[in-house]
Design a protein around this ligand. Structure first.
Ligand code: ADP
Ligand code: MG
Length: 565
């Protein structure tokens, strides 16, 4: 069949341009990306075969093979995994599937012009993957055949505006990617990637934990000699199954990158090995930064499920409560069926128990950070605090822990967030409640008339400005026995704080004094208010609008309106 030429999708082309005019200083990583894709393809095939979803596929020796040809200056990465159909090649290689990416590429372009390291960080958030080949190659040829299908597809491009596609009859199962390497250039950190030592070094550094053999094909034999056996370059030992001293921090970071496509080192690594009835091992990571799709419905989550070292599923939402959706990692359970479906997982008792253990472990890790690494904790809270607070609504079992690890802006110190515990410690004698005010932004509420009397009396108020704050404050009655009270709701009796004593008599008298005004105002405002009453909460402003204790706050009303309710 004839060769067809296709244009890259606009965003894909922009991304490619940036990759070629390299944002990465370290070009070695292209091989990691290709091996990572190969490993994913092997995972997919093994699983499909186990589930009986493919017929006629060969799964007897799943592996990755690297072949270098110094004379032709080519390097080939081949896997005998799931492969791609003609349409999948167009879909997966010619476009950037993620809808948020177009915007991202723009940001990237901006960052690149300004600060190259920022660009590197940004790009790491979604990983350029396959396209990184073009950092080291003038031309890339991909030949693939989907497992179980008859014919294959050849894709080729020099990374400019277009690529070509061709049907091929004799392609082996899986995918091979052949790079026509650019000449080595030390200044540009472009190594000779046909050199055996270099290939060995890169695989060892970045891909040692890959659970399939990565073999280096032997060089062509000299006349009259036998071809040597290919050598396996990686140890294949799953990191989570190793003991702590059998793995280095670097190796953990590489696994994290493989899982998350995030190039920034994780903030914290969490190991958990549970023995007994429900045996499982987990290796979890708290990222250093929130991903751009943290609030996107249906965005991928970060936990991979393995059963006895066999990959079973990506993005396993059953293993983490939604408010910990940013946690990345691997869970390897001993007694699960490889055939398990997402629906079954949601119901599975063992999975539910594992999820509880994991959630507790993550929260206790945050607690440790808070106690022992205040800076790390502050970073964590800045990135993920908003999400974590969602847990105050759903996870009643861990509510107290979540409250304890939460930080809030406060009138006490505009520069520094406070914990509830610190708030309680500062609470003066006689103050019974923890006061807060919710609103859209700190600026908006700092000048709220609701705060006047509190400020005048030196009573600390928490300033809650995340949308989720509107909701959880209603679900959480108290912290360590102290009720949480909005300063904008119901009747606030500041007299109870012991300051500014105001006798009942005096109150009565003022009530009478203002009775006429109150009646008049009630008539004027009519339907718009429930009641007009005399207040002790203001010192400077003449009046303010308050909600009933159980009414929605204005911000929450706005949120409901926005949601069309
Ligand atoms: P990512 O791996 O983050 O999805 P890549 O750019 O590395 O992004 O790859 C894009 C997609 O192309 C992959 O998700 C996969 O579907 C497909 N792909 C890439 N390499 C292979 C391969 N060796 N075998 C099968 N599919 C592949
Ligand atoms: Mg990839």
């Amino acid at each position: 069949m004839a060769t067809e030429t296709f244009e890259f999708q606009v965003e894909a082309r922009q991304l490619l341009q940036m990759v070629i005019h390299s944002i990465y200083s370290n070009k070695d990583v292209f091989l990691r990306e290709l091996v990572s894709n190969a490993s994913d393809a092997l995972d997919k095939l093994r699983l499909a075969a186990l589930r009986g979803e493919v017929t006629g596929a060969d799964v007897s020796d799943l592996h990755v093979e690297l072949t270098a040809d110094p004379d032709a200056r080519t390097l080939t990465v081949r896997d005998n995994g799931i492969g791609m159909t003609h349409d999948e090649v167009i879909q997966l290689i010619g476009t950037i599937a993620n809808s948020g990416t177009a915007k991202f590429v723009q940001e990237l372009q901006g960052a690149k012009d300004g600060d190259p390291t920022a660009a590197e960080g940004l790009i790491g958030q979604f990983g350029v993957g396959f396209y990184s080949s073009f950092m080291v190659a003038d031309e890339v040829v991909l030949v693939t055949r989907k497992a179980g299908e008859e014919s294959g597809t050849r894709w080729a491009s020099s990374g400019e505006g277009s690529y070509t596609l061709e049907d091929v009859e004799d392609a082996p199962q899986g995918t091979s990617v052949t790079l026509k390497l650019r000449p080595a250039d030390t200044e540009d950190q472009l190594h000779d990637y046909t050199a055996e030592w270099k290939i060995r070094e890169i695989v060892k550094r970045y891909s040692d934990f890959i659970t399939y053999p990565i073999r280096l094909a032997a060089a062509a034999p000299a006349e009259g000699e036998e071809a040597a056996e290919p050598q396996t370059l990686n140890s294949m030992k799953a990191l989570w199954a190793r003991s702590k001293d059998e793995a280095t921090e670097e190796e953990y970071q590489e696994l994290y990158r493989h899982l998350s496509h995030d190039w920034t080192a994780p903030l914290e690594t969490i190991r958990l090995q549970a023995e007994g009835t429900f045996e499982f091992q987990a290796l979890l990571f708290l990222p250093a930064r929130a991903p751009h799709d943290l609030y996107t419905q249906g965005a991928t989550r970060g936990i991979q499920l393995y059963v006895k070292r066999v990959f079973v599923m990506d993005d396993c939402e059953a293993l983490m409560p939604p408010y910990l959706r940013f946690v990345k990692g691997v869970v390897d359970a001993a007694d699960l069926s490889l055939n398990v479906s997402r629906e079954i997982l949601q119901q599975d008792r063992q999975i539910q128990l594992i999820r509880r253990r994991l959630a507790k472990k993550v929260l206790s890790t945050v607690k440790e950070l808070q106690a022992n690494s205040p800076e790390k904790y502050a970073d964590f809270w800045r990135e993920f605090g908003r999400v974590l607070k969602e847990g105050l609504l759903g996870d009643t079992e861990n509510r107290d822990t979540i409250l304890a690890v939460s930080s809030f802006a406060s009138t006490h110190d505009p520069e520094k967030p406070t914990t509830l515990k610190q708030y309680l410690e500062r609470m003066p004698e006689g103050q019974e409640h923890v006061y807060y005010l919710t609103g859209e932004s700190r600026q908006a509420i700092e000048h709220s008339p609701h705060l006047e009397a509190f400020r005048a009396k030196g009573i600390e108020v928490l300033l809650l400005t995340d949308p989720v704050d509107e909701v959880w404050v209603d679900a959480v009655p108290a912290f360590e026995g102290k009720e949480l009270r909005s300063v904008a709701k119901g009747e606030i009796d500041l007299d109870a704080t012991g300051e500014a004593e105001q006798g009942e008599e005096q109150k009565e008298q003022r009530q009478q004094e203002f009775a006429g005004l109150l009646t008049w105002m009630t008539e004027q405002l009519g339907e718009q208010v429930k009641e007009v009453r005399l207040s002790t909460r203001l010192t400077v402003s003449p009046a303010c609008v308050v909600s009933d204790t159980h009414d929605a706050t204005p911000a929450l009303e706005a949120m409901y309106r926005a949601m069309g309710q």
